[in-house]
Design a protein around this ligand. Structure first.
Ligand code: ATP
Ligand code: FE2
Length: 331
């Protein structure tokens, strides 16, 4: 079974062609870089409209798959920026109709989780999904992914991007902050904001900008922000392991590219006798392969959507969608 998947929820337009066992047969992506500041949804959507046809062609060519032998066309239905979502959904509908293939709607957050999970080979793990718009500690139960804890304000990636742009850098901020922080050791005081299983970042943003205003070194700020924010994520993840009696952690989402976060979670998990896993970086950030793979899981479980009912859902949460491909009594 082979499925083609289209990702277009935010900054990245991407097309993946994926087979059974999450074999990635083709993957072609292009990220929109705003000339300055943050992402303007309509400009990103225009980028996706311009690039998606070529990305579809490139991914199919890499895979060597004839479109008429695809099992389905999958697209990211939400959450995300409305104009960006509509660009990908429109391309997916056109392809499904012209190739006469079923259409499958995929939740973007669940897709981040599923690609990380299948590559990890860990079946009983707690999932830490850390990305641009989302920061969630997740566990599967009774047919859905359950959010055990999450950010109370912005997603960690959006927080890092906003901070870096305010410090004079460009989007995306996460990787640039990681590069700036490397080899630094000067830990500046920042608010540590954990509330039970939840976290918050806006207080750190305000405090970090105040440090900058008072002349603190940008690389020291980067190091201190990473140390504080990633320690918060590690703490809530450990609390989930302890309360649910689990051992293993799977990381997903763009911020899971970060070596510091990976190392902090690994240290915590290994001290408890468990294992941690993060996918290769091109599969942590937004990509069409995760949409195709989750679409494949959905098709296998009998999911498909009529074109007339395939409207995008900019606010569709992780815990609002059914995952019928998992054992309802499993965990
Ligand atoms: P969401 O999944 O919540 O919709 P998104 O789709 O916007 O978020 P992803 O591609 O999953 O985004 O993640 C992008 C985010 O990951 C950006 O905020 C970016 O700064 C961050 N990021 C990428 N690489 C790194 C890194 N090495 N360290 C920290 N953050 C990173
Ligand atoms: Fe994402």
């Amino acid at each position: 079974m082979v499925v083609l998947g289209i990702e277009s929820t935010a900054h990245t337009a991407s097309v993946g062609v994926v087979g059974d066992g999450a074999e990635i047969l083709g993957l072609s992506s292009d990220m929109y870089h705003p000339p300055s500041g943050g992402i303007h949804p309509r400009e990103a959507a225009n980028h996706h409209v311009d690039l998606l046809p070529g990305l579809v062609e490139a991914a199919l060519e890499q895979s060597g798959v004839n479109p008429r032998s695809l099992e389905a066309v999958a697209f990211a239905q939400g959450p995300g920026l409305g104009p960006c979502l509509r660009a990908g959904a429109t391309v997916a509908r056109v392809l499904a109709l012209s190739w006469d293939r079923p259409l499958v709607a995929v939740n973007h957050c669940v897709a981040h989780v599923e690609i990380a999970r299948v590559l990890s080979g860990l079946d009983d793990a707690i999932l830490l999904y850390a990305s641009g718009g989302n920061t969630q500690v997740i566990s599967y139960g009774a047919g859905r992914y359950r959010v055990l804890g999450e950010t109370l304000d912005v997603g960690i990636g959006n927080f890092l991007d906003k901070l870096w742009i305010a410090l004079g850098g460009t989007f995306p901020g996460g990787p640039a902050i990681e590069a700036a922080a490397r080899d630094r050791t000067n830990l500046l005081p920042l608010p540590y904001s954990v509330h039970g299983m939840d976290v918050a970042f806006s207080g750190i943003l305000t405090a970090a900008l105040e440090l900058a205003r008072r002349g603190a070194d940008r690389a020291d700020i980067a190091y201190s922000v990473e140390t504080t924010a990633y320690a918060m994520l590690t703490e809530v993840t450990e609390r989930a392991l302890a309360h649910l009696g689990r051992q293993d952690v799977v990381l997903g989402g763009g911020v899971a590219c970060n070596e510091r976060l990976r190392a902090m979670v690994r240290t915590m998990v290994e001290a408890r006798g468990g294992r941690s896993f993060a996918p290769p970086k091109r599969l942590c950030v937004d990509n069409g392969a995760m949409i195709a793979w989750t679409g494949l899981l959905g098709v296998r479980a009998g999911m498909r959507v009529d074109v007339e009912r395939s409207a995008v859902r900019p606010r569709q949460r992780t815990d609002l969608v059914d995952v019928p491909w998992r054992d309802p009594s499993g965990r």
